[in-house]
Write a protein that binds this ligand. Structure first.
Ligand SMILES: [Zn+2]
Ligand SMILES: [Zn+2]
Length: 376
């Protein structure tokens, strides 16, 4: 169980930016590896608080965390080795480099010139029916996201003008300063790390290089998809900052429970109640199947409760294959209720005419039990 990020920093969920920063500074001073050489525990704590701060100081990541918890930053999923959810620059190590770069004045320069940043990953929850999972579908979804500004093509500068190199940091995006016992290299306050000054910002995006818009996306849901599947649409997430690459869009898919069918992998199960007389005398009934047709099930005379009938090929398709699962009909037997006088008479008469051969299981059960426990 991962620790709560707010708890890690020792702040309330309502903490503002200032409180977060001061809590982080205090803890960072205490657990910094330079101050605790060779102390693995302190180093671990330092990493935890650094990561917690990195997540919470970003309003977008913080919102994602408040909503989804740690799941918002889970790694991997479909497609293998995707970037972390909401991870600005692709996962843990980059986040780290970022914070260490900031804290320790290390020479690791992650930002390329112009302050390019990868856009955030987005999550979209989609619920589909079992019928839709069976047939597959093309879904149109609307994703609110920020995209590259079309006017300045992401540079943030008014068309016809160009960003100029920042005089404070000479374009590196970072400046050195002494703070406490650290020599800190920090983000340049003049250009906010871009290394460039936009004297004449683009009117449409106000120099951000991106604008917020709702996009319509067409998503292909393949036949046979399972509940809990994550679909990654590479590059369909939020646009990067100032020309950086876009994040990914993750579709978290859930399949609604079905009124009649339970699913187990490619197989479907359907519980069918039949009357006691149908079970005893035999009979037929039709079940509707997901392919839009119906299948006839013949119940032989003397069918017992729990008996399964298999309808071959009437289950779910197997993802990206030509295989199809089966549908299992599970028989339940309904004992008649609210008998009329006449029905009761008939059943009593039936009972009088019954022999052990009519109910070998129950007759046999009680005689075996008597023998086993040696009782009369
Ligand atoms: Zn623009
Ligand atoms: Zn600068």
């Amino acid at each position: 169980m991962k620790r709560d990020l707010y708890e890690t920093l020792g702040v309330a969920k309502t903490a503002d930016e200032k409180e977060l920063k001061s809590a982080f500074r205090k803890l960072a001073m205490k657990y910094h590896p330079d101050k605790n050489p060779g102390d693995a525990e302190a180093e671990k704590t330092f990493k935890e608080i650094s990561l917690a701060y990195e997540m919470l100081k970003d309003p977008q990541k913080r919102a994602a965390y408040d909503r989804y918890g740690h799941a918002a930053f889970e790694q991997g999923g479909m497609g293998g080795g995707g970037a972390g959810m909401g991870g600005g620059a692709g996962g843990f190590s980059d986040i780290f480099e970022d914070i260490f770069g900031e804290m320790m004045g290390g020479g690791r320069q992650r930002r390329s010139s112009g302050g390019r940043e990868r856009g955030a990953d987005l999550r979209y929850n989609m619920e589909i029916s079992l019928e839709e999972a069976y047939a597959g579908k093309t879904a149109q979804i609307r994703v609110p996201t920020s995209i590259t500004c079309d006017v300045c093509t992401g540079s943030g500068a008014k068309p016809g003008t160009k960003p100029t190199t920042c005089g404070t940091c000479q374009g590196s995006g970072r400046v050195r300063a002494a703070q406490g016992f650290f020599s800190i290299e920090r983000t340049c306050p003049t250009c906010h790390g871009r290394g460039q000054i936009i004297a004449d910002p683009c009117v449409k995006c106000h120099g951000q290089g991106r604008i917020t818009e709702e996009r319509s996306l067409s998503v292909n849901i393949p036949a046979g998809i399972e509940d809990g599947t994550r679909i990654r649409l590479s590059g369909e997430g939020e646009a990067g900052l100032r020309g950086g690459p876009s994040g990914d869009l993750y579709i978290f898919l859930s399949v609604k429970p079905h009124e009649f069918y339970q699913r187990d992998g490619a197989d479907l199960y359907c519980s069918v109640p039949i009357s006691m007389t149908t079970a005893a005398l035999g009979g037929k009934f039709d079940v509707a199947t997901l392919d839009g047709t119906k299948s006839r099930v013949s119940v032989p005379e003397g069918t017992q409760a729990g008996k399964q009938f298999r309808l071959k090929g009437k289950g779910m398709p197997v993802l990206r294959s030509s295989q199809v699962g089966d549908l299992y009909i599970q028989i339940q037997i309904e004992t008649p209720q609210k008998l009329t006088k006449r029905q009761r008479e008939l059943l009593k008469e039936f009972e009088e005419l019954s022999s052990k051969e009519n109910n070998p299981e129950s007759a046999g059960f009680f005689s075996r039990m008597k023998d086993f426990f040696d009782i009369e």
